[in-house]
Write a protein that binds this ligand. Structure first.
Ligand code: PLP
Length: 356
């Protein structure tokens, strides 16, 4: 057993709260990545050109594609922006579920796309892929389908079989942007990365990945898109020149992290442990939660979110923002197991006092 599993003396403060609000990875970067980033500072008067090739080949190998099927961006947020901008025309619509990560609609709004939201169930926030297909069929012009899988804030997945079948039968003017920011945390054995569609020749799919989550590198801003060389060439016109997008420490840390399978396994394992600690407490409280596949849990709460946020903040715990229209729900990022034990102790204390 790791030391984090022992009873602990975590003492958060207003200066150093437990941060469960941004789906970050509380473990910190892999030690090898931290060393690589630190020592790169001394060389950061230079551009990192000479080191990009290595990172690109490691990432390409990971996805079983060639180097020209990878386009780096400063975080996957910028890949969302550039992918949408590269395909925006006055006739294009963006198709998204009602409750999903906001950046797709944000950028589609900037570039004046029509945004078609398919309804989500009020019970469990699930949506039907058939409704998205219908929206594409009903639209005369091109469609961009932005699908976050697993989804944020719900933490749930859509069926890989169904998604693959749709892509295979899709119109060529339908672009699929599959955002897999949290893909490495998934436990459901039926889940597959959509990168295999690209390996199998699909030209209308972009898979977006990030080093911000499983690699714990949110502050270093490294993300990328996987797609056919032709598709990425088009997107590349809307990001800085490939060799200029990333910082020297970002390139070096990402390269080291790609070669740290033990850290990645630890990151996943620790997240599983944190989820188990937290969902056991939710079970005790009788608060329903969705079957989470990520480093956060979407669950019901007994008080309005604003009140819950304030009481948690009084205990130095920062939690997720509101996700309208999901009133009465809270998105709790998973911290370290130690942090989650602290959170659970606070919740039990609040429950005993009738405060939740
Ligand atoms: N996509 C999803 C679904 C996210 O939740 C996030 C961040 O939380 C991002 C993309 C952006 O991440 P980054 O720009 O750090 O890669």
């Amino acid at each position: 057993k790791e030391s984090t599993s022992e009873a602990t003396v975590l003492t958060p403060s207003s200066q150093s709260p437990v941060r469960l609000n941004y789906n970050e990875n509380a473990l910190g970067m892999a030690p090898s990545a931290q060393r690589a980033a630190s020592s790169s500072i001394a060389h950061s008067n230079r551009y990192p050109f000479a080191h990009l090739g290595k990172l690109q080949s490691l990432v390409a190998e990971h996805h079983k594609v060639s180097g020209d099927s990878i386009l780096f961006t400063p975080g996957s947020s910028d890949a969302i922006r550039a992918s949408i901008l590269a395909h925006a025309t006055p006739e294009t619509q963006l198709v998204i579920p009602e409750l999903t990560y906001g950046d797709g609609a944000l950028y589609a709004g900037f570039y004046d796309l029509v945004i078609h939201k398919v309804p989500s169930s009020r019970e469990d926030w699930s949506f039907k892929l058939e409704d998205m297909q219908q929206a594409v069929r009903n639209h005369a012009g091109p469609s961009i389908v932005y699908l976050v899988n697993p989804n944020n804030p719900t933490s749930t997945i859509v069926s890989s079989d169904a998604l693959e079948a749709w892509v295979k039968n899709s119109r060529t003017d339908t672009l699929f942007i599959i955002d897999e920011a949290y893909g490495e945390f998934v436990n459901d054995e039926t889940y597959r990365s959509a990168d295999r569609l690209i390996v199998n020749g699909a030209g209308n799919v972009l898979v977006l990945k990030t080093f911000s989550k499983i690699h714990a590198m949110a502050g270093l801003r490294v993300g990328y898109a996987v797609g056919s060389a032709e598709r990425l060439e088009r997107v590349s016109h809307y990001v800085e020149e490939d060799s200029m997008t990333l910082s020297y420490p970002g390139v070096m840390a990402a390269t080291a992290s790609m070669q740290s399978p033990d850290f990645l396994a630890h990151s996943k394992h620790s997240n599983d442990e944190s989820r188990a600690i937290y969902t056991a407490a939710l079970d005790d409280l009788g608060w329903n939660y969705l079957p989470g596949q990520t480093n956060f849990v979407f669950h019901r709460i007994s008080k309005p979110l604003k009140e819950f946020q304030a009481s948690m903040k009084a205990h130095h715990i920062l939690i997720g923002r509101a996700f309208p229209p999901a009133d009465g729900w809270c998105r709790m990022s998973l911290g370290t197991p130690e942090e989650m034990r602290y959170v659970v102790a606070v919740l039990r204390e609040m429950k005993a006092k009738g405060a939740v």
